[in-house]
Design a protein around this ligand. Structure first.
Ligand code: FAD
Length: 385
């Protein structure tokens, strides 16, 4: 096992799981888990070795998100969102000395990055912006009504989407890397939600300024298509799989306890088998999609191809629904023991956290987008092509 996966597994089992209920109940940042992840240097693993990172890949982040998702979904989601931002800088920094220097600092100081894509007035349409980069003498300013910035108060930097200039249309966007010293956040809404409470995804008015060198030198359309969208769907799906895996683990323990009491397999064992079969489908979807993304990584054409976008969208809409279905099955397996909040088989947090999956970029939006892509797509390739 790779050392960072072993370290993440230990942080999940020994730290994140211990504080998960408190993080959920108090809707607080999982500070203990992040102190441990930073201590293990897990925030900079995908930074290239030339910039002081470990040179790990998306597959490693996927595996870590799956581990953490089984212990504390909020910790896993924050870790996932951070790594999505890092992946965007790593892939699209080009020759930018500023961005490379920032990656070095991220790896050495274990900086935590947040994301401000959502904006008042555009809803969840991440491919549109109202705010714009206002440039003067090599410097910029921007003001964004950011409806949701997860762990905004705890982050060391934020990646912000905005129109390229005040004259640009809503879809001509760039993404700007802003370290904490370059922004102010005025909190405008609180995060008191059904689940994913520890992500502390408050709304803020964000005012940022800095050098134009902080603007990623590739259009956000490309950053989104090649990196942000596929990596988001992969790492999110991995942690949703983690939430569902934990539910199956809990219901397996419950069935074992019932069997010990009864002296034989209880009727609920058959439903456990059904949940396990759904979980296997979900896992195959995550692993298969990851392999498809990795195979496309070396070619600009393959990574921008509609077929890959369809596969990544299907992964997100599919796993977000299946996580809830698996947990629902598990609830039937455990019965009241799963419904209770004070039982070792409790599934309440799993179910509440998993319900965020379909809304985190609404599935209806993604399905509409996939429908459009499908009209342009040729035949499906053969099974093993
Ligand atoms: C746990 C969590 C953490 C998050 N963290 C962040 C973060 O750190 N940074 C950030 O920027 N954002 C974050 N978000 C916000 C997220 O990415 C989306 O912007 C947000 O979920 C969209 O919210 P919405 O439902 O209000 O808006 P919309 O997506 O606009 O949806 C509103 C309604 O309109 C419908 N709808 C809208 N468009 C269409 C369409 N084209 N076709 C069909 N139906 C449509 C939807 O079905 C829905 O009913 C987070 C969300 C969650 C759940």
């Amino acid at each position: 096992m790779k050392p960072w996966l072993a370290a993440a597994r230990a942080v999940g089992a020994e730290v994140a799981s211990r504080h998960a209920d408190d993080v959920d109940q108090r809707a607080r940042f999982p500070a203990e888990a992040f102190a441990a992840l930073k201590k293990e240097k897990l925030l900079g693993i995908i930074v290239p070795k030339s910039e002081g990172g470990a040179g790990a890949g998306v597959a490693d982040v996927v595996a870590i998100c799956h581990e953490l998702g089984q212990r504390c979904a909020a910790t896993a989601m924050i870790y996932a969102m951070h790594q999505i931002q890092v992946a965007c800088i790593v892939r699209h920094a080009g020759g930018s000395a500023w961005l490379k220097g920032f990656l070095k600092r991220l790896a050495s100081d274990q900086l935590l990055l947040a994301s401000a894509t959502s904006e008042a007035g555009i809803g969840g349409d991440v491919r549109s912006s109202i705010c714009a980069v206002e440039q003067q003498n090599g410097r910029f300013e921007l003001v964004k009504e950011a409806t949701v910035i997860s762990y905004g108060a705890e982050a060391d930097g934020i990646l912000v989407t905005a129109r390229r200039t005040p004259e640009s249309p809503a879809s001509d966007q760039v993404i700007v890397v802003v370290p904490k010293t370059g922004y102010e956040l005025n909190q405008e809404s609180e995060w008191d939600t059904l689940g994913m409470r520890g992500t502390c995804s408050n709304g803020y008015k964000l005012r940022a300024r800095g050098e134009m060198a902080q603007v990623v030198p590739v259009s956000y359309a490309d950053v989104s298509a090649m990196t942000m969208l596929p990596v988001s769907h992969l790492v999110w799906s991995a942690l949703w799989l983690g939430i569902a895996t934990d539910a199956v683990t809990r219901s397996r323990a419950c069935v074992r306890a019932q069997a010990r009491k009864k002296g034989g397999a209880p009727a609920s064992a058959a439903r456990l088998a059904e949940a396990s079969s759904q979980l296997q489908l979900m896992k195959a979807n995550v692993v298969g999609s990851l392999r498809q993304y990795e195979a496309a990584l070396g070619s600009e054409d393959a990574i921008a191809a509609p077929a890959l976008a369809v596969a990544m969208n299907n992964l997100k809409t599919g796993t977000s629904q299946m996580a809830v279905q698996v947990i629902n099955q598990c609830l039937l397996v455990c019965g009241l023991a799963g419904y209770r909040n004070d039982s070792p088989y409790s599934l309440g947090r799993n179910l509440r956290d998993a319900h965020s999956a379909a809304l985190m970029v609404n599935n209806d939006r993604i399905l509409a987008n996939t429908g459009n892509l499908l009209m342009a797509l040729r035949e499906d390739p053969g099974l093993l092509e």
